[in-house]
Design a protein around this ligand. Structure first.
Ligand code: VG1
Ligand code: CO
Length: 544
């Protein structure tokens, strides 16, 4: 077998962020850039030699080219077997499913998730562990350190293999299996949810739904599961065809970027249930007729209702949420007598808790929910969870949420994003606020008294690893919170995220608009952090 050892140069910017390495396509296309990162992965994961690697991505621009390069490098690095999704397609949760099901040594997932795609937009790559989950910080750090010292990478000449052809291929020294990207995932979903009940609901004539795949990876998954297996009428899945540039839109399922879907759900006599997923299929947005379910509430409602669904009938062991996610799930956990863990932002922090059986469900405010069925957040899983719940409870989405608030109280919640802000200015804002935190404790601002203020740090209860600098928290009496964080997934400038929460238990005050219910806290955030001054913006770019 011909293996070339290519002399390379070092790039100093290959430190993975919240979810892998994300850069502009133009950065990835620099000579040796992708290759260096991939070689670093092979170097720090020696068990891939002779082992099996899962490979796929969300179909965005550069996906195919990158897969071609990675296959040649896998061959040169002695990987025994690669399982690749047909056409190079795998949603992030489907990749996690394959890694686990076939007991592989890990996977490489190509995606920049909800970031736009195309020649001038974003690309990304991340390594997932044998448990199917994103590599923990210790491993991403080792990969990064390796990129700083690497001098050569190994690659084989192109093999001419066609990844559109399903089945087994043999390359020199390596087996390659091209799999249907949907089949194993669809089978897993059928083991968790009551497909018969959902089919009956969809055939009842009393219910309709719409799913927006946003021209991203979930199109083929949603068509197969919702339209073929569950019998939803043709057209239920909109924007179903994956496109390399997602049709020019942000494949991010929120009220701003999925405005078309929102408009459909707001129509008189529109569908009863609406949902969308992101570029790589791990996020979800849940809508009812003229009704939006905040992701933090979605997690809490899932926890409170999981026992009604086949895959979770035995009850849930515990829940976890990322720190900025609202505390709605905590109240459910308390009522159920189970633990609620608070982790830093990013799915990689849930892995140990899931592996240890400490939690069954977990979620983030950023439109991510999931369970122990895989080790990634899972968009379509969340949609099926809700659909199954609607079939069991025979109530509307809004009724289920409002009943939940009546029982547990409501955690009013919003996130304001200031995108592509000057990096130094964003850093200054954070640094200035961080320095002020100690003096805030005990102070009152109108009705809000600060009980704690810190820079969030997390000690993993399973392996005792410590992660610091995970976001500035200002906590007030009676469950109000302000959180400031800088994004770790952006590719230009800095993105400041402000998360605002307030708990309300008065049954007469549960139906306000979150922006007005949170107005006093938003004003307090501005006065404490001088957001307008630092960002030079009078308003956030995105409100969710
Ligand atoms: C964002 C979200 C975070 C999520 C991450 C990856 O990170 O806030 O909750 O886990 O994206 O999601 P950040 O660092 O930009 O705030 V995805 O769908 O991009 O894999
Ligand atoms: Co995603």
């Amino acid at each position: 077998m011909k293996i070339e050892s290519i002399a390379t140069k070092t790039f100093t910017d290959q430190k993975p962020g919240t979810s892998g390495l994300r850069k502009k396509v133009t950065a990835f296309r620099q000579p040796h850039y992708l290759e260096n990162f991939v070689q670093a992965v092979f170097d720090v994961r020696p068990d891939l030699q002779g082992g099996t690697l899962v490979l796929g991505g969300d179909g965005r621009f550069y996906n195919r080219e990158a897969i071609g390069i990675i296959l040649r490098m896998a061959q040169a690095n002695g990987v025994g077997h690669v399982i690749v999704g047909q056409g190079g397609i795998l949603s992030t949760p489907a990749a996690s499913c394959l890694i686990r099901k076939y007991r592989t040594q890990g996977g490489l997932i190509l995606s920049a998730s909800h970031n736009p795609g195309g020649p001038d937009a974003d690309f990304g790559i991340k390594f997932n562990m044998p448990n199917g989950g994103p590599a923990p910080e210790s491993v991403t750090e080792a990969i990064y350190q390796r990129t700083l010292e690497l001098e050569h990478y190994r690659i084989c000449p192109p093999s001419g293999i066609n990844i559109d052809h399903l089945g087994e291929h043999t390359l020199e020294g390596m087996k390659l299996t091209v799999v249907d990207p949907v089949a194993d995932y669809a089978e897993l979903m059928q083991s968790l949810f009551d497909f018969k009940a959902m089919r009956t609901l969809l055939a009842s004539g009393l219910f309709s739904m719409r799913f927006d795949a946003m021209h991203a990876v979930t199109g083929p998954y949603a068509l197969r599961i919702l339209e073929d297996l569950l019998g939803a009428p043709e057209g239920t899945v909109m924007r179903a065809e994956p496109l390399a540039d997602f049709g020019g839109v942000h494949p991010d399922p929120n009220l701003v970027y999925a405005a078309d879907l929102v408009a459909v759900l707001n129509r008189p006599n529109g569908p009863d249930f609406g949902a969308a997923s992101d570029g790589d299929g791990d996020r979800n947005m849940i809508l009812g007729s003229r009704f939006f379910v905040t992701p933090s509430d979605s997690l809490a409602i899932m926890a409170a209702n999981a026992h009604l669904l086949p895959g979770y009938r035995q009850g849930i062991a515990g829940v976890a949420r990322s720190m900025p996610t609202s505390c709605a799930a905590d109240r459910v956990a308390e009522a159920l007598g189970i633990a609620c863990h608070e982790t830093p932002t990013g799915w990689k922090f849930f892995g140990n808790l899931l592996d240890a059986g400490a939690i069954t469900l977990c979620g983030e405010e950023s439109f991510g929910t999931g369970s122990d069925h895989v080790r990634e957040k899972d968009g379509l899983w969340a949609v099926l969870f809700w659909l199954n719940l609607l079939a069991v409870r025979r109530q509307s989405v809004a009724e289920i949420v409002k009943e939940h608030w009546q029982r547990f109280g409501r955690n009013y919640y919003t996130r304001h994003d200031y995108e592509d802000v000057d990096s130094d200015a964003a850093g200054d804002l954070m640094q200035t606020l961080r320095a002020r935190l100690p003096e805030l404790i005990g102070q009152s601002f109108g009705p809000f008294t600060v009980t704690a203020a810190d820079d969030f740090a997390y000690t993993d209860p399973v392996d005792a690893s410590v992660s610091t600098g995970q976001g500035l928290r200002i906590l007030f009496e009676e469950g109000a919170r302000l959180i400031f964080r800088l994004s770790g997934t952006g590719t230009s400038g800095a993105t400041l995220r402000l998360y605002v929460e307030r708990y309300e238990s008065d049954p007469g005050c549960l139906l306000e608009d979150p922006q007005s219910a949170l107005r006093p806290l938003l004003e307090l955030a501005e006065s404490l952090a001088q957001i307008q001054h630092y960002t030079q913006r009078s308003q956030p770019d995105v409100i969710t």
